[in-house]
Design a protein around this ligand. Structure first.
Ligand code: NAP
Length: 249
């Protein structure tokens, strides 16, 4: 059976690398994005060149109505979703918690926690065979920040990713009897544009390398491989797992 993987925030960074890794396995992909239609279109072009079906669908994953609409459009375009990568997430400028504006924290939690819960909820409603789906697997994108805490930079973000870990543990238990596995990947510091948001023009990636046991930041493709393994039947006995891919950090 050809698979259909829905990736939230799939237009750039880790999501786009995961889309490419899925296509290399022959899986069809729906790429969700929020704002950058050109990036989404470019990613879809790469997927189609790899010979799979692909589509880009805009939708703000912080909004319940747009989450449901994304699932509807994904299924209308390519068919039932049997793999979900719950990836869309944001960070905000680095600062101690005492200096954070309430609106910043609210916006971050709206996407990283509430949005991720609602995206997973939609999967829980649609993917199990008993609910009209085809079974399959979800992978939630957490962060090493969930266990490190991100003091003085983004405790709000770290806490949001702690919620992703807990969601993974609980939902895995809910959906295991229904034939859907739920796992998470906790990336370390990965070379994407997200660091510009937290650290501006500072060379966060270069500055981080010495404190990482493998002495370098990771590539998005290195996260994508872990995600694809968890999505695949090769991981058939893994559910509720939280896989650190963080260079030993
Ligand atoms: P990125 O390069 O900034 O890409 C973010 C992606 O999410 C883009 O496709 C963006 O689309 C989309 N997005 C942003 N807001 C959205 C919204 N409201 N609704 C739907 N899509 C939205 O980020 P990344 O580094 O690949 O991060 C991806 C995930 O990995 C996040 O959950 C992040 O927390 C996690 N992570 C990253 C790292 C790292 O070091 N990079 C480490 C640990 C965990 P538009 O361009 O259209 O907005």
């Amino acid at each position: 059976m050809t698979r259909h993987i829905l990736i939230t925030g799939g237009s750039r960074g880790i999501g786009a690398a995961t889309a490419v890794a899925c296509a290399s396995r022959g899986w069809n992909v729906t790429v969700n994005y929020a704002a950058d239609a050109a990036a989404a279109a470019a990613t879809v072009a790469v997927l189609e060149a790899a010979g799979v079906r692909a589509q880009a669908i805009r939708g703000d994953m912080a909004r319940a109505d747009e989450i449901a609409a994304l699932w509807d459009a994904a299924e209308a375009g390519i068919g039932p979703v049997d793999g979900l990568v719950n990836n869309a997430g944001i960070v905000a400028p680095a600062m101690p918690l005492a200096e954070m504006d309430p609106a910043r924290i609210a916006a971050l939690i709206d996407l990283n926690v509430t949005g991720a819960l609602l995206v997973a909820r939609e999967g829980a409603r649609r993917m199990p065979a008993a609910r009209g789906g085809q079974g399959g697997a979800m992978v939630n994108i957490s962060s090493a920040a969930a266990r490190l805490g991100s003091a003085n930079t983004f405790v709000d973000y770290a806490a949001s990713k702690g919620a992703i870990d807990t969601l993974t543990i609980g939902l895995a238990q809910e959906l295991a009897p229904l034939g859907v596995r739920v796992n998470a990947v906790r990336p370390g510091i990965i070379a994407t544009e997200i660091h510009k948001v937290s650290h501006g023009d500072e060379d966060r990636l270069g500055a981080s390398a010495p404190m990482i046991p493998l002495r370098r930041v990771g590539e998005p493709s290195e996260i994508a491989e872990a995600v694809c393994w968890l999505l695949s039947d090769a991981a058939s006995y893994a559910t509720g797992a939280i896989l650190d891919v963080a260079g030993g950090r």
